[in-house]
Unconditional design. Structure first.
Ligand code: NAP
Length: 470
């Protein structure tokens, strides 16, 4: 598939294969672009600013609704392609498509609600006789750099609000899974003037870095790892930056919790998308009194997951993004076992597949839970009290989301107040998000918020216009 720059299909001499992690077959190729092509994309995006900003909010909104309808019509084809390039079960790809449609719809609605406020200057010294109001003004060109795990919806979380508030966009999709995003950008390009949306493929370390350091890009909206995010924050200079980074989300299960509800939370939270979820349940902190019962019920339910061909509608556990990623998870689990942890279910790798794995007796200082393990692993850390649970939950550089399971409202509120995370859910796992909520982590999990309305705030600047009426 070619890149789309200034409304034209552009290729390159160098190509990268996009590999289906299930069967190792090459699905397609994409260009490996270099700096010159990134420059062209920056030029075209700047060139298109005027034609987008000339459009009324009414028209922008309608166009986004039209793209939304087209995505809906092609939902199954997009989901198929997504499963082919990422290896996630088709049922999960269909959910990603539904969420993508919803995200677009929210942006189409929000396009009509972008306005400032009147400001009472006469409340300030010497302000009598002045009338002032603010406007939310687009930043210009937004570069959207996105990861492989939810390539479509996470990219739409950037492109759609950017266009809703009249910024042009350059999308740099992940090299491992760029196709669904590129196909989606073609739908957008059909509706908007050339250059409003541009795609550039190639290595993040080259073209991504070029976008980050360019003076002619006004905002970087990045989702990906902490390592890349930190690098971007150091190089971006004066431009605005939103960083949606990794997570190591805790699930605290207190002794009075509804155990079945918590177990379901782990199944949906630790094994979704083969555990490759930023807000996945990555540390299960369970009070000792119920830990045996909890782990037994978790093992029983884990064994019911169906690992296999991701295109099969029965499959609930697909592959990881590639074999190397699966080997890394295998190694991390094995290291924990060598240090005293105990596998209760799973633990076997087959190519890019890694079984849904429940591992007990995990200590808070093991690599498995100190770092973000991006795979289908449910590590159980046993604790003796609510105090210890909160201490363990906070003993991490991350702070994306968290879940606490308890029927004691005092303990629920205590955990919600004291756990350092962008979101804390009570009686729901961290792996839950609606596309309108403010989403973004504390600590090293990121800077800024997404969720359409909140993304629009981060993609506009506030201008004050004051009138002297004296
Ligand atoms: P990644 O390696 O950081 O890559 C993300 C994107 O950044 C890719 O498009 C990559 O391009 C590009 N990139 C790499 N180096 C770059 C550089 N020096 N400058 C600019 N761009 C660069 O992350 P990943 O492995 O794809 O994704 C997994 C991580 O994302 C996990 O840590 C996960 O928790 C996090 N994540 C966070 C959220 C959230 O909302 N908080 C959501 C999903 C995932 P290439 O593909 O060409 O290398």
């Amino acid at each position: 598939m070619d890149m789309l720059i200034g409304g034209k299909h552009i290729s390159s001499e160098d190509l990268a294969g996009v590999i289906n992690p299930y069967d190792g077959e090459t699905i397609d190729t994409v260009p490996i672009a270099h700096r010159q092509t990134a420059d062209l994309a920056i030029f075209e995006a700047n060139n298109a600013k005027h034609s987008l900003q000339e459009m009324s909010a009414f028209k922008v909104s309608n166009k986004l609704f039209e793209v939304c309808d087209k995505l809906k019509e092609n939902r199954k084809d997009f989901a198929h392609l997504l499963t082919m390039e990422v290896g996630k079960p088709i049922r999960e790809s269909l959910v990603e498509l539904d969420r993508s449609i919803e995200t677009l719809k929210l942006a189409a609605e929000e396009a009509k609600r972008i306005y400032g406020e009147s400001v009472p200057l006469d409340a300030g010294l010497n302000g009598k006789g002045f009338f002032a109001f603010t406007q939310k003004v687009p930043l210009g060109v937004v570069a959207a750099i996105t990861p492989f795990n939810y390539p479509l919806n996470l990219t739409i979380h950037k492109i759609a609000p950017a266009i809703a508030c009249k910024n042009t966009v350059i999308v740099k999709p992940p090299t491992e899974a760029p196709l669904t995003v590129m196909k989606f950008c073609e739908l957008l390009d059909d509706e908007f003037p050339d250059g409003v949306v541009n795609t550039i493929t190639g290595y993040g370390s080259e073209v991504g870095d070029y976008l980050v350091t360019s003076q002619d890009v006004n905002k970087i909206s990045f989702t990906g790892s902490v390592t890349t995010g930190l690098m971007i924050s150091q190089k971006a200079g004066m431009k605005k930056v939103t960083l949606e980074l990794g997570g190591n989300d805790p699930m605290v299960v207190l002794k009075d919790a509804d155990i079945d509800k918590a177990v379901t939370g782990v199944i949906n939270g630790a094994f979704l998308n083969a555990g490759q979820v930023c807000m996945g349940v990555k540390r299960i902190i369970v009070e000792e009194d119920i830990a045996d019962e909890f782990s037994q019920r978790l093992v029983d339910k884990t064994k019911k997951l169906v690992m296999g061909n991701p295109l099969n509608s029965e499959t609930t556990l697909g592959t990881l993004i590639n074999e190397k990623a699966a080997m890394q998870v295998e190694q991390t689990v094995n290291n924990a076992v060598n240090a005293g942890a105990k596998i209760l279910a799973g633990g076997i790798r087959d190519g890019a597949f890694y079984e849904a794995t429940v591992i007990d007796n995990v200590k808070a200082d093991m690599d498995l839970v100190v770092n973000e393990t991006f795979g289908p692993v449910a590590p159980i850390i046993r604790v003796d009290s609510v105090d210890e649970a909160i201490e363990v939950a906070n003993d991490t550089e991350y702070g994306l989301q968290a879940g606490v399971f308890t029927n004691d409202y005092a303990n629920a509120m205590r955990c919600a107040n004291e756990i350092e995370a962008g979101t804390v859910f009570v009686n729901k796992q961290s792996t839950f998000r609606t596309d309108n909520m403010p989403f973004g982590g504390f600590k090293n999990s990121g800077v800024g918020k997404e969720g359409i309305k909140y993304a629009v705030d981060e993609m506009t600047k506030t201008k004050l216009i004051g009138l002297n009426l004296r």
